[in-house]
Structure formats: structure tokens, C-alpha cells
Ligand binder design. Sequence first.
Ligand code: DAH
Length: 345
Amino acid sequence: MEEDLKNIVESAKQKVSAVSGRPGFEAFKAEITGPNGALTRVMKNMGALPKEDRPTFGKLINKAKQDVQSIYDGVLSGIEEAELAAKLGPAIDPSLPSPNATRGTVHPLTQIREEISRIFKQIGFTVAEGTEVETEYYCFDALNTPANHPARDLQDTFYMKDDADFGNVSKRTDERYLLRTHTSSVQIRTMLQGEPPIRIISPGRCFRRDTVDATHSANFHQVEGLYVDKNVTVRDLKALLDYFFEQLLGKGTTVRFRPHFFPYTEPSFEVDFSSKHLAKLGSDWVEIAGCGMVEPAVFESVGIDPDVYSGFAFGMGIERIAMIVYGIDDIRYFYQNDHRFLKQF
Ligand code: DAH
């Protein structure tokens, strides 16, 4: 009988490689442990054995059952794997992009920034870069706004600790660093880098110590513009902004200047526009930008001779334009990263 058990296990081992699919497996199992299977038959014969031989033989039977079970388990896991592979289809390449992935959209502020840049590039402006961490000198002093100037009160910001480390920003111990309050600092950087004629715009992030509400954010975006050449006049400035706002906000858009004060321009103006977009806001004229003719003191601080050159500068808020164009009534939507909002643009 011991011999029989060995043969049963041996023959199961040999036959197993030919087993495939569930029906094949069931037939294979029936031949060994089914009601008439070889192992079942041996077990049935146990009754005929002398009593004293039964425990030893019982152990051998158990061993044979275990061997057979592990053969079954092996076949079964092979079958399950094959079934799963059939369900999944051809091999999957996990490095490929998902065919069902939803695509992101371009953020509305980026869309407006790109549109503004596109319009200015078409008329010969290039895009200049500045830094968000700025020195007090570039942000205020060189723009004719000394330390005790009241204009600074409107632009309180975040000042850096004296020992802060700014990586690639050159560190001078006599400079105070801050988060820039406007992109006007790029005017200074640009004029120090190159000779007139200068024709740049500079979009970028700005920061102010503002309490956040529907129309204020401590961090927002502006676009600065600067044009320096010989014989530049207010007429050129007005013509440029007329053209720009009509391109941006559509035909029929008109622009008006209101006298104002900025330390770095003289004369200075606030720019209002009127267009079909204003129907959304229920008003006739809305302030949209600040501008003016570059103040001679600013030219002097960057070594440009104000008797030879003149120029104009302007600055506007990107959020404000986006809110008008898209009819958005709360600035905070821009920064919440809520897909339900973002996918509308
Ligand atoms: N820097 C001003 C602000 O943040 C905007 C501005 C006004 C920029 C007049 C200019 C300018 O270039 O000439 O409110």
C-alpha cells in the first residue's frame, strides 16, 4: 500500500503538466481524490488493515494527501493567473498616459497674461524678467520713492530678516530685501542693463500686506510696461494704451486718462476704460491701470540723460483684467485650485 501511495503522487506529478483550464483540472482531481479516485480507493482499503498498522498507514495517507493538495494548489494558481491575464487583455504598459485622463486647462490668469504678452510682442515689445524678492532700492528708492515717502504707506509689504539667505540673489549688507509690491522694479533693472531704445513689458507676481477679501489678495500679478527713446510723448502713451485695450477687450473699447500721482512718473494718470465687458459689472468706466511719463529723477538714478531721452511707463493688475473679461466677482477663486472653477476657462 505504501508503494501504491507513492505511485499515486508520482503519477500526479507527471500528469500535472498536461492539465489546462478548469474542466481539465476537475477531471485530474477526480482521478485522484474523486469518489472513485486512486487515493480514495486506497483510503477505502484501510478498513481491511490490521488495527496496529492503521496509525502508520494513516500518517502515510495524510502525507500523500498533502502532496496531492500542493500539486492542486500549484495548478489552480496557474489557472487563476491565466484567467486574469485573459480578462486584462494584452500586456499593460504603465508608462503610457491613461487614455481616460481628464486634461488640465490653462489657468485664467495665465491665459490673460499670455494674451497681453501676445499683443505687446506684435508691436515690438519684449518680455523682461524681474525677481519677486527685491531690494528696497529697486522697489522704491530708485523709483523716486525714498524711505519716508507717503506713497510707501500704500504699498506695505513683507520685509526679509537681515540675515536671510536668498540663494542666487546677490546679498549686500547695506540692502534691505522685501517681496516686491509692484512690477515697477523691473523698470530699474531693465534700464540698468541696456541702453535706450527700450521697449519691454514685464508680467509677474507681486505681494502686499493686504487683508484678503473679494478684491484684495496679499499676492497678485501685474504687468509693467516701459518705453524709452528720443521724443516720446504722452500722445504715444495714449495711442499705445488705446490700441492695447482695444485689442484685449474688443472693438469699441475706449480709454481715458485721469490726472493722478505716482512718484516715478510726471505727469501721471490713472487709466479708465469703457467697453462691452462693463455691462457685466453695471458701470460705465472702470479704472484699469496707472501710467505716466518717466520722471527725470528715475532716469538719473539709472544713468540715462533726461535731456536726451524721454519715456513712458504703465502698470496694470492681471487679476483685475481677468475678473472683468470673465465676469468673476471674487479674486479668491483664482487661488483655490478648485477644478470646478478652473475648467470653465
Ligand atoms: N506701480 C503702480 C501700482 O502698483 C502702477 C503703475 C503706475 C505703474 C504708474 C507704472 C506707472 O509704471 O507709470 O499701483
